[in-house]
Write a protein that binds this ligand. Structure first.
Ligand code: GUN
Length: 292
């Protein structure tokens, strides 16, 4: 079993981007600028956004955080989105999800200028991705692809099973893994809460991507000997032994599953750390006007 070490790979990618940014600026380019909108005080969202902002500083980007109260109206949030769309200094921005229930996330996503949509959530970017056109690949799928690439994991002709059909992970991942390029060319099965015989389907996976959001759901009996297992889950479970009062669990029971695998991602220290690299890569693409 080999560990797909998100900490090591993400540090490497950040160092690479940092160097490229230095060259870009030395050549007269503008410092890439990422903005983030955060609504409310959700603990996990606070942590993610803080980490995104810190990473920008580390690699030489400008960053701006716009915070709003949880009772902000949808109209006011859409105005904030418009002002970032119109700000020539902002290359790309994200609206951290989830949003409060009274706001329709799709409405907000669709208000973002596709050229600045570095999360890759706008239908125009999703459509381009489906058609294999240059687009912003969203953060988690980017992180998973990059792990497969850097570990040189063979994907051609393999059976890839994705558990979970979310707009952010499961759906784009299933599309990317069947593309006619590396990493891809898989036969893909996408599964979800209504799937029958889930365990039997998973047992046929060469590559198992788990993104359903249920702590330690996948046990050894779901996994074929020698499979590659990618765990996208990040759940907070109560833990009195921790100062924070919680510990982080993946969707895979790591100790049970790991001995059976050829490669596996740990949680924490796996896919989660890679996602920021996707966001930074997209922001740099936006600053260089590579796609739009
Ligand atoms: N919430 C969970 N993951 C993400 C992400 O990749 N982007 C944004 N904007 N919100 C999220």
């Amino acid at each position: 079993m080999q560990l797909l070490d998100g900490k090591a790979i993400s540090s490497q990618i950040k160092a690479e981007i940092k160097e490229e940014v230095e060259q870009w600026i030395a050549g007269g380019g503008k410092k890439p600028h990422l903005a983030a909108i955060l609504v409310g005080q959700d603990g996990a969202s606070e942590t993610y956004v803080a980490s995104k902002i810190r990473s920008c500083e580390e690699i030489g980007f400008t960053s701006t955080l716009l915070r709003f109260e949880p009772d902000i109206t949808e109209a006011a949030l859409l105005e904030a989105v418009q002002s970032l769309n119109n700000d020539p200094d902002v290359d790309g921005f994200i609206v951290q999800l989830p949003l409060p229930k009274h706001i329709t996330e799709n409405t907000v996503m669709e208000a973002v200028d596709p050229a600045k949509d570095v999360d890759g959530f706008h239908p125009v970017n999703v459509g381009k991705m489906c058609k294999g056109l240059p687009s912003y690949i969203s953060a988690t799928p980017f992180g998973i692809l990059e792990m497969l690439i850097r570990a040189k994991i063979e994907t051609n002709g393999k059976h890839c099973v994705v558990i979970g059909r979310s707009q952010i992970v499961g759906l784009p991942m299933s599309i990317l893994m069947q593309r006619n390029e590396y990493p891809g060319n898989c036969t893909v099965t996408i599964t979800h809460s209504k799937t029958q015989n889930l365990k039997e389907i998973c047992q046929t996976a060469d590559i198992l991507i788990v993104a359903l959001g249920r702590p330690e759901f996948v046990t050894a009996d779901y996994v074929k000997e020698g499979a590659v297992v990618i765990d996208v889950g990040i759940s907070r479970v109560a833990d009195d032994t921790k100062k924070s009062g919680f510990s982080i669990r993946g969707d895979v029971n790591f100790n049970d599953v790991a001995p059976k695998t050829s490669y596996i991602t740990p949680v924490p220290g796996g896919v989660g750390l890679m996602t920021i690299c996707g966001l930074l890569t997209n922001t740099f693409k936006a600053a260089r006007k590579e796609i739009y």
